[in-house]
Design a binder for this molecule. Structure first.
Ligand code: PMP
Ligand code: GLN
Length: 381
């Protein structure tokens, strides 16, 4: 059988979670919280599951009342009211949205700019469409984009640029000035923008999330994605959405209708019930900043060097003092097996092997889990 992705193995998130389960390691590898969604959301789902008539297909673009609630939330946070009828599509997680956007717009031979490190599906999903990923490196230590390099990589064949803020895995956050610079870069091009904003509510130190939806020029060419899995500690629910102008949303829906058609009906009703409870997301920056600060404080005495984290729920650490000649993949396996803490090697976010010494920890965990992991990591010296 001729594979379409011969060089791609099983996703690192599955691999490390399985290794953590086999070895009894604390899983700080795959990004998911070890606490439950807010009570009102769980109660809403229980109620909605028991409501007669809520068990059949939802409308293809998503339940109207959930799209209305997303439109209202978007206006409240980012000052732009998308039209729920034409501009918002509910997807099976941001994962499906990413895939469907790429399938909708990338034609064979099209170039897609990806800032690297990048979430592991970006490159392979581009290639599955016959697209050509063009990688622009983000630079240590803060992993900010070098917009001159992005400009240099833009060509008339660049169909799409993918950005992700707050960033997985590095926690870098784009500023309003970044978006202005980007708008100027794209101004006289036909290049579309995909903005992956699944960590929109995890931005720290009084900074605010700069959503592309809030940028009048950029949003005209953009697909903006978010995920209820991140916002409501419910990664297993697999519901996300895309906000895009009507013409772009129409292209996305052409694909979405053939990928999943629609998303779980009672789940959408439950989310629509709680979206107006603004406190559930307004409190997230402080909630996650506290976890970031605690985790950094706990790891400070170790020989791991912690890189800055402005947003998201991951901490990147440099282990070169501990194991200068060990690859990050080997170090991640050793840390899981021998120290009992599972992490993700940063190489998993690059299309080719890196000679850095970086691993990623997920700090979306209860305080007791973070403390238990830190106790194990303290043994590293
Ligand atoms: N984009 C990024 C940057 C992510 O970190 C994730 C989740 N790990 C996703 C997309 C996928 O989101 P979902 O779980 O809603 O499919
Ligand atoms: N987004 C999560 C992460 O970065 C994992 C998602 C998945 O397992 N596919 O860890």
């Amino acid at each position: 059988l001729l594979s379409k992705l011969p060089d791609v193995g099983t996703s690192i998130f599955s691999v490390m979670t399985q290794l953590a389960q086999e070895t009894g390691a604390i899983n700080l590898a795959q990004g998911f919280p070890d606490y439950d969604p807010p009570r009102p959301l769980l109660e809403a789902l229980a109620r909605q599951v028991l409501t007669p008539g809520h068990q059949q297909y939802a409308p293809m673009p998503g339940l109207p009342r959930l799209r209305d609630a997303i439109a209202a939330k978007t206006a409240r946070l980012y000052g732009h009211l998308p039209d729920p009828a034409t501009d918002i599509t509910i997807t099976s997680g941001a994962t499906e949205a990413l895939y469907a956007v790429l399938a909708a717009v990338v034609r064979p031979g099209d170039e897609v700019l990806i800032l690297e490190p990048a979430y592991d599906l970006y490159g392979p999903a581009v290639r599955l469409q016959g697209g050509v990923p063009v990688y622009v490196p983000l630079q240590l230590p803060d992993f900010r984009p070098d917009w001159d390099q992005v400009a240099a990589a833009l060509t008339p064949r660049t169909r799409l640029l993918m950005i992700n803020s707050p960033h997985n895995p590095t926690g870098a956050v784009l500023t309003p000035e970044d978006l202005d610079t980007l708008a100027a870069l794209l101004r006289n091009t036909d290049t579309l923008l995909l903005s992956d904003e699944v960590y929109e509510h995890m931005v720290f130190d009084e900074a605010r999330h700069s959503s592309v939806v809030g940028h009048p020029e950029l949003r005209e060419r953009a697909f903006v994605l978010s995920s209820f899995g991140k916002t409501y500690h419910a990664t297993g629910w697999k519901v996300g959405y895309c906000v895009a102008p009507a013409a772009l949303s129409a292209e996305l829906r052409r694909v979405h209708q053939f990928v999943t058609f629609s998303v779980s009906t009672p789940t959408q009703h439950a989310l629509a019930d709680v979206l107006p409870l603004t406190e559930l997301y307004d409190e997230l920056p402080a909630f996650y900043q506290q976890k970031r600060d605690l985790f950094r404080e706990l790891l400070a005495p170790t020989a791991l060097r912690l890189l800055p984290v402005q947003g998201g729920y991951f901490q990147v650490a440099d282990f070169s003092v501990l194991a200068p000649s060990v690859s990050d993949e080997d170090f991640a396996r050793r840390l899981t097996r021998e120290t009992g803490v599972a992490v993700v090697p940063l190489s998993a976010f690059y299309h080719n092997r890196q000679d850095h010494h970086l691993v990623r920890f997920c700090f979306a965990k209860q305080e007791s889990t973070l403390r238990a992991a830190a106790e194990r990591l303290a043994r590293l010296g």
